[in-house]
Design a protein around this ligand. Structure first.
Ligand SMILES: CC(C)(COP(=O)(O)OP(=O)(O)OC[C@H]1O[C@@H](n2cnc3c(N)ncnc32)[C@H](O)[C@@H]1OP(=O)(O)O)[C@@H](O)C(=O)NCCC(=O)NCCS
Length: 147
């Protein structure tokens, strides 16, 4: 499905972060570390001017990867009514393009177990074993080297 992808503010992500990623929790839990950093990028996917999907990217290295500059992707979510229409894929492709232009070496993320098939379909590779994030559940680290 055709969607428009635009940069949005950190606050705008809350409309989807809350129901899709922090359901039943206080709205303050929708604020993530680094949301306001100047290097952070928040993307929104719009269908007929309605926000249906979000993604955020943070300039952050991790000891798991020995690269100069990497970005962590967090808060990837699409409204349930719009799943399996290619919106998540379009958001990921868009951020990969932006980060490639910025000469970033690598993208990494901690995937919920329910999103493993999604990142695998997008050619992300798994690194290491499963681990728990308190209050959210089992996760796996995934990454993609940008060329
Ligand atoms: C994960 C999520 C963002 C995927 O968004 P989406 O727009 O539905 O995904 P897409 O339609 O772009 O899917 C791209 C490909 O990923 C794979 N995929 C996506 N969702 C899948 C699922 N539930 N089961 C199996 N494969 C899946 C498929 O290969 C799909 O391609 P296809 O539909 O042509 O077969 C969405 O399911 C979501 O918001 N989930 C809840 C929040 C969440 O868990 N976010 C991830 C946090 S780490």
């Amino acid at each position: 499905m055709q969607c428009d992808i635009k940069k949005i503010s950190a606050e705008k992500t809350h409309a989807i972060r809350h129901p899709m990623l922090r359901q039943g929790r206080p709205i303050e839990d929708c604020v993530f570390d680094g949301d306001k950093d100047p290097q952070t990028i928040h993307l929104g996917a719009f269908i007929e001017n309605k926000l249906v999907g979000i993604l955020s990217a943070y300039q952050k290295n991790t000891s798991a990867f020995n690269v100069k500059e990497s970005y962590q992707i967090r808060g990837v979510a699409v409204l349930t009514t719009a799943h399996r229409k290619g919106i998540g894929r379009a958001l990921m492709a868009h951020i990969e393009q932006i980060l490639q232009q910025r000469k970033i070496d690598l993208i990494w993320l901690n995937a919920r177990i329910t999103a493993v098939d999604f990142y695998t379909a997008l050619a992300y590779q798994q690194k290491g074993n499963a681990f728990e994030i308190e209050g959210i559940g089992t996760h796996y680290c995934f990454y993609k080297i940008l060329k």
